[in-house]
Design a protein around this ligand. Structure first.
Ligand code: FE2
Length: 388
């Protein structure tokens, strides 16, 4: 991402770096894609390998909801029950082998640390604020932040707010920033809708000097594994590198507009090998004298399109509410609801906020989606249907 350093580091990598008691610190290379991708070098007070107990944890399975029919879905997630901690609150609604999309309203604290060993995570904080404590330091987050957490990060999330709501994106492939936004050397270019100043990085405090019994729950190979340590797992005294958790607030996305309707890629915020994430934010509408600001009908021949509605009156949809999720699968066209194209003409701006995930392979519905589903949604394009 962007080079960052925090805490105490030796002058060169891989040289002696001693603690005040004369023992060596334990250096750890935290690297993606073997030794070829982004990485960070961390200096632990204790060897990160010094585990005292390893136990098998529960299996993590997603029960599918097999509807047996190809159709559009509108899932109302606003009313889901609160409960669980920031990890266990996750209720998967749509998934495939590349990505899992979940919703959750965490209300309980984490008395352990978590490490997702097989997915990069992107959390959209719809409601709530707090801190993410990880080996990389303290990362404050607030409402409407995306929090990027690289796989393998040991972390604990603590909300300071009571009402919390999160849209979770877990990715098998690495999540990154679109290549076209960055120069050959990685700097954000002038065409990018956001830049380095919008990326918020971990801060001090970093090192937690505590001994006792500490649990780290590691997700890997479809189940949890419980690892126990006799020291606090966040014992890094210093680190530097390019791979670490960071936040980006959707309000800092600077929209790109045009005389006629701009296609969804102008809203792209994140890239992964098998999906993209776009941010829809308040913006001026198209300004050609004959422009139609509402989108044209489109057939997603190659992708499923998921929209998570954050705030505002979404210009092309009737009946959606906060935390609604629409899923428009590949193979069938979708477009504005009746009247919405005409209604959009002459409008100057939109105040909508939404997060879109377009997947390149078909998504499956998870069981939790069944209770949120509006079965009338496929018929909501009929003019006679007052779809609510
Ligand atoms: Fe669409």
């Amino acid at each position: 991402m962007i080079y960052h350093r925090l805490g105490n580091l030796p002058d060169k990598r891989h040289i002696q770096f001693r603690r005040e008691d004369g023992e060596l610190h334990s250096e750890e290379l935290f690297g993606a894609e073997g030794f070829s991708g982004s990485s960070s070098l961390l200096y632990h007070y204790h060897p990160p390998t010094r585990v005292t107990k390893v136990e098998q944890g529960p299996e993590i399975t997603i029960e599918p909801w097999e509807t047996g029919v190809l159709r559009h879905h509108h899932l109302r997630s606003a009313g889901i029950a609160t409960g669980g901690d920031p990890v266990t609150a996750r209720k998967p609604v749509l998934f495939n082998s590349d990505v899992v999309l979940s919703v959750g309203r965490p209300s309980e604290p984490m008395d352990y640390h978590y490490r997702n060993g097989e997915h990069d995570e992107l959390l959209f904080i719809h409601e709530g604020e707090g801190n993410l404590y990880s080996s990389f330091g303290t990362l404050p987050f607030r409402e409407w932040d995306y929090i990027y957490i690289p796989r393998g990060t040991t972390y604990r999330i603590e909300f300071s707010s009571k009402e919390n709501r999160v849209f979770y994106i877990e990715s098998t492939g690495p999540i990154s920033i679109p290549k076209r936004y960055r120069s050959e050397l990685g700097q954000f270019m002038e065409n990018s809708p956001f830049c380095e100043r919008d990326i918020h990085r971990p801060q001090m405090p970093l090192f937690h000097d505590e001994s006792g019994e500490f649990e780290v729950r590691i997700k890997k190979l479809g189940r949890l594994h419980r690892y126990w340590f006799d020291h606090h797992p966040l014992d890094v005294v210093g680190w530097d590198g390019y791979l670490y958790p960071w936040t980006f607030n959707i309000r800092d996305f600077e929209p790109i507009t045009g005389r006629i309707h701009q296609p969804p890629p102008v809203h792209q915020t994140f890239a992964a090998p098998s999906f993209v994430v776009c941010s829809f934010v308040p913006r001026m509408f198209d300004y050609h004298p004959l422009s139609i600001p509402a989108p044209y009908n489109h057939s997603n021949i190659d992708s499923d399109e998921v929209l998570y509605y954050v705030h505002g009156d979404f210009m092309s949809r009737k009946g959606v509410e906060i935390a609604s999720i629409t899923e428009h699968p590949g193979g069938i066209p979708h477009g504005p609801h009746p009247g919405k194209a005409e209604e959009s003409i002459g409008k100057r701006e939109t105040k909508e906020y939404a997060v879109m995930v377009d997947t390149f392979r078909p998504l499956r519905l998870a069981k939790a989606a069944e209770g949120m589903d509006d079965p009338q949604y496929p018929y909501s394009w009929q003019a006679a249907t007052a779809h609510q």
